[in-house]
Every structure is written in C-alpha cells, then in structure tokens.
Write a new protein. Structure first.
Length: 287
C-alpha cells in the first residue's frame, strides 16, 4: 500500500462536486470515532451488479450463479489493505432479501434499479476529519497518477439555483396511507408483528445536479442525523443518495450478514388474520 499526503485545502463536498461527473464517483462518510474518515473516488477498477431479476453482471458481462455467493467472492477478491481502504463501496437494496428468503404471494415487485452494486477503487482519496488532512491511498504505485486527480487542481463547480422545480409531493394518496396505518395497527394488536416501518415516498422534479442536492442536505444535517451519508454515481444506473443503504463492505462475513439483515424484513409465511385472532381472544373467559 502506498499512502501519499496531499496538500489539498477543500471541503470533501467540494471535491465531490469536482468528481461527480466521473463514472462511479462516490463519497462515503465512515462513522469511526477513532478515525473519522470521508472516502472519495471514481472510475472503479471492478464492478459487480445484481440486477433486478437476480442476474449477475460483472464488469459489464452477464453471468449466472448465486447472487449472494457472487457478492461474497467480489468482496473477498479485494486487495489486502486495512479497512476501509481495501473495501468494496456500494449498496445493497432491501429487495436483495428475496435472495435469502423469498417472499410469500410472489414477493414484492421488482425495483427500478439493481438489487446491489459493489465497486472496487484504486486509488481512494481519504479525508481525515479529525486532522483536516487528505491522503491518497493506493494499492498499486501507478495508481497515484490517475487522470481524475487533475480535476482537483481546478475550482469546483457551484450551484446557486433552486434544487427542485416543484414542491415535494407524496406518492401515496392520503386514503391509501391511512388504510395502511389501520392495517398495521390490526397486525400489532394481533401480535403478528412487533414492528412495521411504513414509509411515504415523496418526489419532486430535480432542477439541480444530484451532487448539489446531496451537498445541501449534507451541510444541513452533517454528522448529526446521518453519520453514514453517501453519494454514489454508478456508471449505468441512477445516482443514489443515501443515509444508510450505501456503505463499505470488507470481508465475506460482513457482506453476508448485511444481506441477511435485509432478508429479515420478509413477511411471515402464514400470517394469522388479526381480526379473527382478536375475536378468539375476546371469546375466551377471563381468569
């Protein structure tokens, strides 16, 4: 491993703005109290995607096999560098859980993007937040001369316009959302579930570049509500901004355990009817 200190005096968000147009550009904040880092990079050396239908795509070539085994192999093949430098950066979608525990009744609808995207980078730009110091971490000595480093020598782009062209609007109508809440309350009362995470997606037409939206959110909430915030631009799928789903994976056990966590949200195979359960309970004599 080669570590090159850089005399770079820029906020990591400005560095992201400079690299955002590059394929596979990313920013990942590592919430380590002992060594709080922000990792940046682009132009990955290797990429693995698990497509929505479960097919495996490795560096643009389709392949068969088990998606979870493919993820495990990809992480294990990385360079033997200390975490997080030798890690794979990417995300695992919640729908990846179908690969470990298929849902009942045909499972949820397929997502509009890949189930997983993992990439390996060399070099990686590491910003030590405790010392305000950048270093370039390279697995190979030649990686210290990658072309995208020249982007850091010119001023970063800026955005002064509006972020969205219209206000945020909910995707679920009010009546449908309230019906979902009532159904969840029934299942909670019946004891069929103990926790349900009901989400309400909001959408708005984006007027700004994706990196400008991420920068605005990061400056407002940085290190308070989203310590693992991430910005990623896969080369052939939409830009993603996340506060939890994207992370660095290092070691096959960690990659597999994360997939199992996603799978743990699958519904019970034979749920009871909450209303009939309550009727049964009410008919039992009290003691």
């Amino acid at each position: 491993m080669r570590v090159v200190p850089l005399a770079l005096r820029r906020d990591p968000l400005e560095v992201l703005a400079s690299l955002a147009a590059e394929p596979g550009a990313f920013l990942l904040e590592v919430p380590d109290r002992a060594q709080p880092l922000t990792l940046l990079g682009c132009a990955p050396r290797a990429r693995l995607r698990i497509l929505a239908d479960g097919c495996i795509e490795r560096d643009g070539r389709l392949a068969g096999g088990d998606p979870l085994a493919a993820l495990e192999r990809f992480v294990a093949e990385g360079p033997s560098l200390p975490f997080p430098y030798g890690s794979a950066v990417g995300y695992l979608a919640y729908e990846l859980g179908r690969c470990t525990e298929p849902g009942r009744d045909g499972g949820p609808p397929a997502p509009d993007g890949p189930l997983a995207v993992l990439s390996r980078y060399d070099p990686v730009l590491a910003y030590d937040r405790s010392r305000a110091q950048y270093t370039l971490v390279c697995a190979e000595p030649a990686s210290a001369r990658v072309p995208w480093l020249e982007r850091l020598a010119v001023p970063a782009p800026a955005w002064d316009g509006p972020l969205a062209a219209a206000p945020l609007a909910p995707l679920l109508p009010r009546a449908r959302y309230l019906a979902a809440v009532r159904r969840i309350l029934d299942y909670l009362a019946a004891g069929d579930v103990y926790q349900v995470n009901l989400t309400q997606p909001y959408v708005a037409p984006l007027a700004a570049p994706a990196w400008a939206l991420f920068t605005a959110l990061a400056r407002r909430h940085r290190y308070r509500t989203a310590p693992t915030s991430t910005w990623a631009r896969p080369a052939s799928s939409p830009t993603r901004r996340s506060s939890s789903s994207a992370a660095a994976a290092n070691g096959s056990r960690r990659a597999r355990s994360r997939a199992r966590v996603r799978a743990a949200t699958a519904a019970r195979a034979t749920p009871r009817s909450p209303r009939s359960w309550r009727r049964t309970r009410r008919s039992e004599p009290s003691t």
